[in-house]
Design a protein around this ligand. Sequence first.
Ligand SMILES: *[C@@H]1O[C@H](CO)[C@@H](O)[C@H](O)[C@H]1NC(C)=O
Ligand SMILES: *[C@@H]1O[C@H](CO)[C@@H](O)[C@H](O)[C@H]1NC(C)=O
Ligand SMILES: *[C@@H]1O[C@H](CO)[C@@H](O)[C@H](O)[C@H]1NC(C)=O
Ligand SMILES: *[C@@H]1O[C@H](CO)[C@@H](O)[C@H](O)[C@H]1NC(C)=O
Ligand SMILES: *[C@@H]1O[C@H](CO)[C@@H](O)[C@H](O)[C@H]1NC(C)=O
Ligand SMILES: *[C@@H]1O[C@H](CO)[C@@H](O)[C@H](O)[C@H]1NC(C)=O
Ligand SMILES: *[C@@H]1O[C@H](CO)[C@@H](O)[C@H](O)[C@H]1NC(C)=O
Ligand SMILES: *[C@@H]1O[C@H](CO)[C@@H](O)[C@H](O)[C@H]1NC(C)=O
Ligand SMILES: *[C@@H]1O[C@H](CO)[C@@H](O)[C@H](O)[C@H]1NC(C)=O
Ligand SMILES: *[C@@H]1O[C@H](CO)[C@@H](O)[C@H](O)[C@H]1NC(C)=O
Ligand SMILES: *[C@@H]1O[C@H](CO)[C@@H](O)[C@H](O)[C@H]1NC(C)=O
Ligand SMILES: *[C@@H]1O[C@H](CO)[C@@H](O)[C@H](O)[C@H]1NC(C)=O
Length: 633
Amino acid sequence: MVSSVYLFMLVHSLILLLCFHLMVTNSTSSMQPQCDDNESSALLEFKQSFVIAQHASDDPFAYPKVATWKSEEGSDCCSWDGVECNKDTGHVIGLDLGSSCLYGSINSSSTLFLLVHLQSLDLSDNDFNYSNIPSGVDQLSSLRSLNLSSSRFSGQIPSEVLALSKLVFLDLSQNQLKLQKPDLRNLVQKLIHLKNLDLSQVNISSPVPDTLANYSSLSSLFLENCGLSGEFPRDILQLPSLQFLSVRNNPDLTGYLPEFQETSPLKLLTLAGTSFSGGLPASADNLDSLNELDISSCHFTGLVSSSIGQLSQLTHLDLSSNSFGGQIPSFWANLSQLTFLEVSSNNFSGEAMDWIGKLTKLTHLGLDSINLKGEIPPFLANLTQLDYLSLEFNQLTGKIPSWVMNLTRLTSLALGYNNLHGPIPSSIFELVNLEILYLRSNDLTGILELDMLLKLKKLTRLGLSDNKLLLRTDTSSNGTGPKFKVLGLASCNLGEFPHFLRNQDELELLKLSNNKIHGKIPKWIWNIGKETLSLMDLAHNFLTGFEQPMVVLPWVSLIYLELSSNMLQGSLPVPPSSISTYFVENNRFTGKIPPLLCNLSLLHMLDLSNNTLSGMIPECLSNLSNSLSVLNL
Ligand SMILES: *[C@@H]1O[C@H](CO)[C@@H](O)[C@H](O)[C@H]1NC(C)=O
Ligand SMILES: *[C@@H]1O[C@H](CO)[C@@H](O)[C@H](O)[C@H]1NC(C)=O
Ligand SMILES: *[C@@H]1O[C@H](CO)[C@@H](O)[C@H](O)[C@H]1NC(C)=O
Ligand SMILES: *[C@@H]1O[C@H](CO)[C@@H](O)[C@H](O)[C@H]1NC(C)=O
Ligand SMILES: *[C@@H]1O[C@H](CO)[C@@H](O)[C@H](O)[C@H]1NC(C)=O
Ligand SMILES: *[C@@H]1O[C@H](CO)[C@@H](O)[C@H](O)[C@H]1NC(C)=O
Ligand SMILES: *[C@@H]1O[C@H](CO)[C@@H](O)[C@H](O)[C@H]1NC(C)=O
Ligand SMILES: *[C@@H]1O[C@H](CO)[C@@H](O)[C@H](O)[C@H]1NC(C)=O
Ligand SMILES: *[C@@H]1O[C@H](CO)[C@@H](O)[C@H](O)[C@H]1NC(C)=O
Ligand SMILES: *[C@@H]1O[C@H](CO)[C@@H](O)[C@H](O)[C@H]1NC(C)=O
Ligand SMILES: *[C@@H]1O[C@H](CO)[C@@H](O)[C@H](O)[C@H]1NC(C)=O
Ligand SMILES: *[C@@H]1O[C@H](CO)[C@@H](O)[C@H](O)[C@H]1NC(C)=O
């Protein structure tokens, strides 16, 4: 009783307090100055200088924030979408027009630059039609935050940006910009308050100045794909506030990982696609906060330290395509939060990997090319969350275990280039989410009903080539199966073109070489992958010609075509101008070498040998001498 009275009083006084608060905030807002007429008209003129176009923004939630801006009497620009005013002065201090579907050019006469009180400007994800960043930007000298990312700016970043000395946050990423004159060193000299800097995709083409390591409060640095060179200043990695660092895709950038003495706040470290080398320091265990470590495709060597196993926050670990050796310490079983693990293409011993079975949160596991031996490891059956599993280019033996069906979430399963034998277990066909299935280059045997595979409705990439399979195709199948992008069916004992092919109009790669396909190439072949096909290999079959000959082949994206070692007759078809490799040797083509071949300016390899071609070699073939590296007549 006592307590409920007490509760009542408490609620009552809370309501009173709330009402009072509302009155106070109401009265202050009515006192708040309205936006300045000049600023209001500057905004409206700025709006008018653009077209609103949905295609100008990539964000699916993009909408034109300026659409509601009105010039009506009494319309307070401080209440407009994307506009923020100072509560005391009424000046416009913030403009957030990110993803606002703005399309058009901008220059220094833009009324945007009359908004001299701006502290924060976000124009990201619009389309400024490859304008330069206007030099008038220096009028916005109060700016602390400037985001022009993904907005189709181009050209050199003007020195006027360096006059914005209060900038704390600067994002000029994903445009077609250069930072060369002034350069990164100049920028670092001037913008000394920067905490967040993103210049990804800006063409910098220089080393990273070591003065950047003076920025003790730097918290994020993104310099992806900038053409950086030289050695990355090691001290930057030890900055006390640095949380996010990515210098991905700068192949000429060298560097080493330092010893991490202190506890470091780094959450993201991405060096992928650089020339960083050396080892993983034992002191990496000081990276307590690290969520994501990606050092793939670098030049790292040595043993991987067990200290990595102590990074309890790690969710994403990618060491692929380096030269690490030895055994991965079982201590890594402690990485219990890991969802993504890639160690492919290293010189690991591939032994004693059972600890991976404890990482039950894994969704992505890449173990290609790391000297795995023996049977497909049973611990994988534990990883039921996997959607990606790749074990290619190892020395795995034995059969494909039927428990793969337990990995029901798999969208990608790659077991190619091993020594697996026995039949493909029918349980594979229960993996209904599969989009990619690569079993190529093993010793798999048995009869495989293609129609079983066609039941995997999401399958777009299938590689069965180079096994000892007998692939049986049902001629009645009428193409209700999946649309493939990649089909590798070389050496599958096919006696004819599989019928389901005739409806494949999205094919990029088709390999049917080393089968027993006989007779003429059917005329529907011209319709498969007309726009998309880039590789076709029909070599080593018993093909005798084309049901419907064509002078110029219709696949507009074709790069690689092999028709070698058949019994093809008639005149030699000319591939499209995209072609780079054309092999037609060991056939029975007759007639002249078509002069149209001379127009194939991208042709790199051409083999016409062992046919029954006649006449003169067209003189214009010498035009191709720049591009051709192999020519066999
Ligand atoms: C508005 O602009 C006019 C002319 O550009 C200028 O004379 C005036 O001082 C400005 N007023 C304010 C409040 O900025
Ligand atoms: C974009 O630039 C092109 C080429 O400079 C020009 O023709 C076109 O009119 C511009 N579009 C807009 C909306 O400014
Ligand atoms: C700047 O752009 C405006 C339209 O937005 C145009 O009228 C003006 O001519 C341009 N000025 C220069 C110097 O290009
Ligand atoms: C800058 O804009 C881009 C695109 O809208 C966005 O992804 C990015 O997070 C923004 N940067 C910051 C730190 O707000
Ligand atoms: C970057 O700029 C340099 C020098 O201006 C130029 O040689 C190089 O081609 C540019 N790189 C890219 C990817 O545009
Ligand atoms: C900045 O760093 C350079 C080299 O790293 C050093 O020589 C210089 O004294 C530093 N400047 C400041 C202001 O700390
Ligand atoms: C890491 O794993 C080892 C054995 O695998 C265990 O002894 C140790 O307690 C674990 N450490 C942590 C921090 O979980
Ligand atoms: C790979 O490791 C083995 C020893 O495990 C060593 O003999 C070999 O030289 C290494 N290969 C490379 C390319 O580092
Ligand atoms: C499977 O995962 C459980 C934890 O979910 C773990 O206790 C067990 O040791 C794992 N088995 C294997 C073979 O790794
Ligand atoms: C696969 O799943 C079945 C049924 O859920 C289960 O009985 C079996 O033990 C699992 N196999 C493996 C190897 O985990
Ligand atoms: C052809 O496809 C339809 C579904 O569109 C299916 O019902 C029918 O059985 C198929 N016919 C043959 C012969 O496969
Ligand atoms: C030439 O091609 C025919 C098939 O058309 C083949 O039987 C023969 O072995 C080939 N000759 C040489 C020398 O490769």
